[in-house]
Each structure stands twice: as structure tokens, then as C-alpha cells.
Design a protein around this ligand. Sequence first.
Ligand code: SF4
Length: 350
Amino acid sequence: MSDNDILLEVENLKIHFPLYGGLLGHKVTGTVKAVDGVSFQVRRGETLGVVGESGCGKSTTGLGVLRMVEPTEGRVILDGTDLTVLDQKALRKYRRKVQMVYQDPFGALDPRMRVMDIIGEPLLIHRLHQDKQAYKERVHGLLERVGLNPNMADRYPHQFSGGQRQRIGIARALAAEPDLIICDEPVSALDVSIQAQVINLLEDLQDEFGLTYLFIAHDLAVVKHICDRIMVMYLGHVVEETSRDELYDNPRHPYTRALLSAIPVPDPDAEASREFDPSLDGEIPSPLNPPTGCTFHTRCQYAHEACRTVKPRLRETGDGGHKVACHLYDPEVSDVRAEDVMTDRLLAVG
Ligand code: SF4
């Protein structure tokens, strides 16, 4: 892969939030390590899925890329430029290149604005239109492109269904002519039938405009069809990263395997007799006071002595760049081997 193929490179990103307490609330009493040393690359035109339960740091990672929350440490390199060192004025140019589609389309759209103004706002901010007529035509064209009637431009967000509102959010993101769109749980709030339509739309737009996506989701069922590669996060760390097919065919990290076992199976008989991995039953530990060693050890059914004290490194295991952070795959740390303790009993990947 040449440097030119890489659109986004994130190096050792840390986003820590101080917690204030004490009598006057001015004293730092703790630190929430929402993102704690995350590195990844996204190639031009690909979709990288970022998956994990609520609180794993996936959305904060997306916000950190855009500097909508300031990174504590690390670099975010977009198209060769380190965004973390730019001042606000210089950052604006790059903000146009990276747009966001949010989970809650209703919350993300200003209820007092007409759709014409919602979609047209990026054209005004980034001066992407020539005159009033061109502005109107561009908004109408974007509405059509996302499958909505241009006549709807004078309506308000509450006059649309959830799926239509998400299409408006996508049209607004497209208006800025971005290179990268961060899709933060874009279909989680929608009915299953509508989810597929929105995912198909995102795929069509990617083909047409050569877009690159960072696709954030809380379960592995949603990302299966749209992502080229998937990165699984747990408590602010990446625990596994590989191609989509490799992840579903050969999941390695116990957490990934637990997430896969939770995907519903379409066959009702198979669903009724399915075994769930018990790891996900337990509470996610607080990022304010994460467990020592492997942060997943308090829920992992394969946890052994080394897991409680030694932090696993994200390292390549086998061919094809399959990365895993687990001692079961690191003979330098532990002699407990994955092949000796794991079975495929719990995996029910449809
Ligand atoms: Fe489980 Fe240990 Fe691997 Fe962590 S390092 S996932 S606790 S086996």
C-alpha cells in the first residue's frame, strides 16, 4: 500500500477527560480514558467499521478525528496533513473534507430550519455555490440523489419519517463534497427494513463519488455488508482489526467472538437453540477505573493469570495483517494457546 492510498491515518490517539470534584469542583479527582492509544489507517474508497459496545470509545474516536473533541495526545493525518496541529482557521478547510452522519437524524437536524437551508448550509459556509439559483439547484439535486422529492425542500424535519430524515442528513454531508464521511451509528435508530435501504444508499454514493467511510456501529450484524475492514474496540483500545471476511470467518479475540455470538440467526429453530457467549452478560467496567492487565479479563471466559497483570499488545497474528490484542495469541507472554481452549461451539455467524 503506498502512502497515496491512505486517506486517513490515526496514530496513538488518546482522548482523556479530567473529572473534577472537591469542595469547589475545581480539583481533578480522576481521568476517564475514553480513547487510549488507538492507531489505524483508512484507505481511499474503503469503509472501515469501528465496532464495540456503548462506552468503548468508538464515537469519541470519530469526534477526535474531526477535533470536535480535542485529542489529549496522538496525530490525525488526513491526506498528508496533521490536523492536530492546525489552528481553527486552517482546520475549517479540512472540516469540509470530513463530514459526519449521526445516529439520531432528528436530533442532528435543526427543527426550525427548512430542508432547503439544512442541506444548503454547508454550501454557504464553504462558499460552494455561485448564486441563488445554483444553490437551489444543488439542494434539489442532492435531495434527488438521496431518493427524496425536490418538492420537499420547503418542509421541516418533523414532516419526514426517520429514514427520510437520515437521507436528509446524508444529503447535507454530501453538500460539502467530502472525501471522508464518519457515519456514527447511522442506522441504529431505524427499523430493520429501512436500515438496509440506507446502507444501500451509502454504498451507491460511495461508488459514485469515491467516498471513504468510517462506519461506527455497536454490533457486528450492521457492518457485515458495508465494511471492507473492521476494527473492534473495547474500553478505549483496539482489540482486533482485520478484513471483513477474515473477521467473520476466523474471529480471534474473545470479545469479537462474544459479539458475533450475539448476532441473531434468521432461522427461528437455530435461533431458539443458539448458545450465547456469557461474556457480554457482565457489566462493562468503568473507564474511570479500568481493570489492570487486559481490560477484558473481568468478563473473559478464557482469562488466566497473565491476563490480570500484563496488558496485551495489538500485534499481527498469522498472514494478511490480522491484528489481535490477546495473550492467547502471544507466546512471549503466555503459554495458554487459543487452539487449546477455544471451541466454535458459541459461534453462530449467519
Ligand atoms: Fe481474555 Fe486474556 Fe485474551 Fe484478555 S488477554 S481477551 S483476558 S484471554
